[in-house]
Design a protein around this ligand. Structure first.
Ligand SMILES: [Zn+2]
Ligand SMILES: [Zn+2]
Length: 274
């Protein structure tokens, strides 16, 4: 199994010389096993992924892509209008999430004449398919996918992606603090090799930002330890946090986790192989 972090920021891209190490692309992650791949969220990070897909495809060959959406906030969909495969007839893109109808209308709006010269998804080359998630387990691109609801304004979903003995959990846009939702996430993450968790805030920011729908690095560590995961990945970085701030957050998180769990600070382009 291979996890690639193509985009690791929350909210907006704010590139600059102080953010070269961790990058500025908004949320997009792939989980793959051999030639099977699931794409998680369509933030700006989906653009370098598109470059990779285009560079490795055989021209004219039919290709199906599977995208799984945590939710539809801007930072998680803003890369879709620039995702090259949607313009090419040999691609099919299945977009999966909570509500197929809502995903279809949101995607169509992203390509509407207000925002795009394409004037609606009906003019795209690729075939777009929208799917709502069933309760319980779903089989997608050969992976076993299960999900739980997170605490976030308007909602967000965490996904567990299982291939054989290996499991990766993607849990972004979550504010720890609701007991039922937190326990649901711990249960979903139980024994996972990798947990990618929202860690937008420092501890002092977290105090001042209740209700915004995001967690601190400490919340992420608490969840990872309770679930007994192998590696915690601090994700959805605040756009104002530069490399120095993120590295300090990572040091504090690693100190709290000790030898019980590895801690990584997500960075655009990072590859993790459980
Ligand atoms: Zn977000
Ligand atoms: Zn959000």
């Amino acid at each position: 199994m291979r996890v690639v972090l193509w985009g690791t920021r929350g909210a907006i891209t704010t590139p600059g010389p102080a953010k070269v190490n961790h990058g500025a692309n908004t949320a997009c992650v792939t989980v793959s096993d051999g030639d099977r791949m699931l794409i998680l969220d369509g933030g700006i990070g989906i653009i370098p992924l598109a470059e990779r897909i285009m560079a490795t495809r055989r021209p004219g060959e039919k290709q199906s892509l599977h995208l799984l959406m945590s939710h539809l906030h801007w930072d998680h969909v803003i890369g879709l209008p620039f995702f090259t495969p949607v313009f090419i007839p040999s691609f099919t893109l299945a977009i999966n999430g909570r509500d197929a109808g809502q995903i279809a209308s949101t995607t169509d709006r992203l390509f509407s004449s207000t925002y795009s010269p394409i004037k609606g998804t009906k003019n795209l080359g690729a075939e777009l398919v929208y799917r709502g998630l069933d309760p319980g387990h779903t089989r997608m691109a050969g992976f076993e996918v299960s999900h739980t609801e997170l605490s976030h304004p308007g909602g967000s979903m965490a996904f567990r992606i299982q291939s054989g003995e290996r499991a990766v959990v993607y849990a972004t846009d979550h504010e720890a603090g609701d007991r039922v939702r937190d326990e649901g996430l711990v249960e979903l993450s139980r024994g996972a090799d990798i947990l990618v968790h929202d860690a937008q805030w420092t501890l002092s920011e977290r105090e001042q930002s209740k209700g915004f729908g995001h967690s601190s690095w400490r919340d992420a560590v608490v969840c990872g330890l309770a679930a007994g995961v192998g590696t915690l990945v601090l994700f959805h970085h605040h756009p104002h946090h530069d490399d120095l701030v993120l590295e300090e957050m990572g040091r504090q998180a690693a100190a709290m986790a000790g030898s019980r769990m590895d801690v990584l600070v997500a960075r655009d382009g990072m590859i993790i192989e459980p």
